[in-house]
Design a protein. Sequence first.
Length: 623
Amino acid sequence: MALFDWLLGRPLATAEEEGERVGPVTGVPVLGLDGLASAAYGPEAALTVLLAIGAGATGLIGPITLLIVGLLFLVFLSYRQTIAAYPGGGGSYTVAKENLGGRAGLLAAAALMIDYVLVVAVGISAGIGALVSALPALQPHTLALCLVVLAALAIINLRGVRESGAALAVPTYLFVGALFGVLAVGVWKVIAAGGRPVPVVPLPAPGATTEAVGVWLLAKAFASGCTAMTGVEAVSNGVPAFREPRTVNARRTLAAVIVILSALLLGIAYLCRAYGVVATEPGRPGYDSVISQLVAAVAGRGAVYYVTIGSVLAVLCLSANTGFADFPRLCRAVAHDGYLPHGFGHRGRRLVYTRGIVVLTALSAGLLVAFDGVTDHLIPLFAVGAFLAFTLSQLGMVAHWVKAGGRGARGAVVVNAAGALGTAVALAVVLVAKFADGAWVTVLLVAVLMSAFLGVRRHYRAVAGQLSTADPLDTSDLSPPLVVILVRGWSKLTRKATRLAMRLSPEVYALHIAADDLQLQALEEEWAKRVAEPCRSAGATAPKLIVVTSPYRRLYTPLMEFLADLERAHPGRAIAVVVPELVEHRWYHYLLHNQTAAIIKGYLYFSGLERVSVVNVPWYLRE
């Protein structure tokens, strides 16, 4: 317990929940960090696609970025309305479910869950990519570093929302300040040089042109660049995390994230064109990220470079926190509706949804291992889920305003319809452009998740159908059950279990499955002396010792056969099996025992003998 308190913090009472909520200043790093950090890899993703056209890539990054920022503004207007209309959170899932139907809601949930897993994997791998750019000697250890950061983030989030926000605030605002500072200096240098600045550090030469500029290439570059929009939906999903007034604080947080992100994207695109920054091949020797090249070109590779790249590294790695903040909450909402195991709705010791955090950690680790921790390998899977959720959310808001009506509804419908059209077109572009590169995996995973949701729902409905009843308590035939106690030898544990069995019923069978004649003889002598004789003296009915021989030392088959015979001999009679069990003081002491009692209980639970109940009798060992 002391270890958990040190690692995760003391347990929090439910009444302390309000103190765990956040305001806009903390909300930006907790729920907006992925959106901000995507400025570091969104432009690079687009430029990587444009590698084939060599130096011509820098002339196209500006128009592509303007298109992305325009789409980002439409999404902002839509989610701003979503926050006000659905202050209970849930984002795209809630909006789609309540306005477009349950299946649409599940589709949005599946898309968002995949997106959040990718948010974690891509954010961490991008951060380690920035580190490797600055320290190339670490490149062979990319995957190991990714997994270390993932484990650290999981622990931070298991400590609670407020503590994760405090841990993330310093690197977040350092990142924003450092990058804005570099961009401001870069823009000033461009103006001072008449649009032709000289890089402080020479930039890698553009590659040879191997492909002509065409619609297909531009579509692929736009699709990759759209990864810069992922994460902006997190604020609307996590509205309950904000302190009162929730709606106001959530809207302020969303506005801050969108304004900062848009400024960063436009500034990076402008300087990439002015300085002639192009992408280098990810995962290859000599790889240097676009941000690293840009900062070095503006400020050199001195203290400013390392502070800025260090902040970029930290924020890229920590941007995964957006997934940790929202994935568990989304799982909780879906579980509340019966489409995921109910355990996802249970809050842990720090008032966070522990199971969601653990599952997200495991899935993200699997992705990082599968793709060797290289960001570019994950990019094709990334934007599909986000844009599917964007589109469903905005279509849902259109339906919401049509039904709600009232003042301002018509303008809201126009905004949401425009946003839905824009994100739907972007989704189509992403699907077509990235399908062969791996987007098909996301489509397949969405279908698998949808099937899983519906399967869980069917199971819970089937269970409810079997358990629900309006019948009153049946008070007939309340005779005590036949009791079977499992006996290995005479001990304090056997004595305790026998006393309980005799309290339950006057008909007690002490079952001993014999594989050793000497042990059987000793038990029979002890039973006569320790049980039969005291019962006769007290005028009580002694439990009947039943011996079943097992020449092949089997335990479970003879037990099941005895119980089946007892059921046939006493039709309609309930049977209770008393299982004595040692309870160790230390967990590692369980390794010293064979856990026969636990295995017996498992056999009994799955035996199919419906009239058999299991009564556990623990004996607590002292230190």
